[in-house]
Design a protein around this ligand. Structure first.
Ligand code: FES
Ligand SMILES: [Fe+2]
Length: 403
């Protein structure tokens, strides 16, 4: 089914390439400029978007083996993701039940036990308290009510989603809206985790807008991607998640589009709402950069974890070096072009002398993204599952054919 959808999108991309035009959004869309910097608005986004929705926090390739774990900060919550001996993924708040110390330092590793560095209480891979240091002196501790606080987690398409609210009302599959079946066409479960790094950036939406926008490519990135890069985008939506791809004349080389290979069918940017983008590259062999964008401590800060995954581990030093060069190039593009521009844009917006920014009829993806954020801020916990059942908020149609 999902493969058939890929073919359908490829046919659509070829169709629009032949016309030289794109399907446009209904109208130019205005977003109040203060949505990018107002403190109260930003806090509501943290509470009602980031702390309610599943967040794609890890790739399976980072922690492929039983006993592997990843500890990290997600928005305001220290998270510990663990792959048990049963290969199942579980997630916890990285917080000891004794006095709340963070148990594992940020990073990945492999262990049978999570031992707290403060007084050595220990937990197994399922989060159960297994050891209390000097319990005879401390007093008896009821194991049954001192497990780590578990968070909803799911592994789909070689990616791991976690909700940083243990009482979340929205299920992860409802949130994914079938998009995981599309992402599964990459086959990330069997890919190789190559490298990662972290970059600082502007307000999370200033930064994220750029991932949904091909309009800027031949302009802002003229010296890197080149001035001939296509600036037109077709958008496909599954719930709030969107694929951004260009009209593509190169599908015309096949007698039938269904003959196209997987890498060709998966081109473009696959975004995962509200903060992830997946883009394909081929330096050193087929690879993707998976960017996870996190809000920082204030509305004016964000940081992005750029992860580079490769379909196959580089077979030799030269190929690894090529992949490394490709990834370094992407760091330059994002840091020196996208985020440097975003930081200057945010400074200008902060003057307060412009009431709104605009998303054109060719920027339907950005329109759809901002409408989803708005709608989430208006939706209470009880109504959240229905919002995802109903697909895109009304009027939020992206400008491409719907998948
Ligand atoms: S806080 Fe973890 S053992 Fe004391
Ligand atoms: Fe860009």
């Amino acid at each position: 089914m999902s493969h058939a959808q890929l073919i359908e999108m490829a046919r659509n991309n070829l169709k629009w390439a032949k016309t030289g035009t794109i399907e446009q959004a209904d109208a130019i869309f205005k977003v109040p400029a203060e949505h990018y910097y107002d403190e109260g608005r930003w806090r509501r986004e943290m509470d009602l978007v980031f702390k309610r929705l599943p967040l794609m926090l890890a790739t399976s390739a980072e922690i492929p083996n039983p006993g592997d774990y990843k500890a990290m900060q997600a928005v305001d919550t220290p998270v510990l993701i663990s792959r048990g001996e049963d290969s199942q993924i579980r997630a916890f708040i990285n917080m000891c039940r004794h006095r709340g110390s963070q148990i594992m330092a940020a990073g990945t590793g492999n262990t049978k036990r999570f031992t707290c560095p403060y007084h050595a209480w220990s937990y197994d891979q399922k989060g159960a308290l297994t050891g209390v240091y000097s319990e005879r002196d401390f007093g008896a501790v009821d194991r049954s009510c001192n497990s780590l606080v578990e968070l909803p987690a799911a592994e789909r398409a070689g990616l791991i989603w976690v909700q940083i609210n243990p009482n979340a009302s929205l299920g992860i599959d409802a949130f994914l809206s079938g998009y995981d079946a599309m992402l599964d066409n990459f086959g990330f479960a069997n890919w190789h985790f190559f490298e990662s790094r972290t970059l600082k950036g502007p307000n999370w939406k200033v930064a994220y807008d750029g991932y949904l926008d091909l309009y800027h490519l031949p302009i802002l990135h003229k010296d890197t991607f080149g001035a001939d890069y296509p600036n037109q985008a077709l958008y496909y939506a599954w719930g709030p998640h969107q694929r951004v791809s260009s009209p593509d004349p190169s599908f015309a080389k096949y007698d039938d589009v269904s003959e196209a290979g997987n890498a060709h069918l998966m081109t473009g940017v696959w975004t995962i709402f509200p903060h992830v983008s997946i883009a394909s590259f081929d330096g050193g062999g087929r690879g993707v950069m998976i960017s996870q964008l996190f809000p920082g401590e204030t509305p004016l800060e964000s940081y992005t974890v750029q992860n580079y995954l490769m379909e196959k581990p580089p077979p030799d030093e030269e190929t690894a070096q090529n992949a490394h060069e490709q990834f370094k190039f992407l760091e330059y593009v994002v840091k020196e072009e996208d985020y440097a521009t975003g930081l200057r844009q945010q400074k200008a917006l902060l003057t307060g002398h412009m009431p709104y920014v605009q998303f054109g009829r060719n920027e339907g993806g950005g329109q759809c993204f901002h409408r989803w954020v708005d709608r989430l801020l208006e939706t209470d916990d009880q109504a959240l599952p229905a919002l995802f059942q109903n697909g895109a908020p009304s009027g939020a149609a992206a400008n491409g054919a719907k998948a």
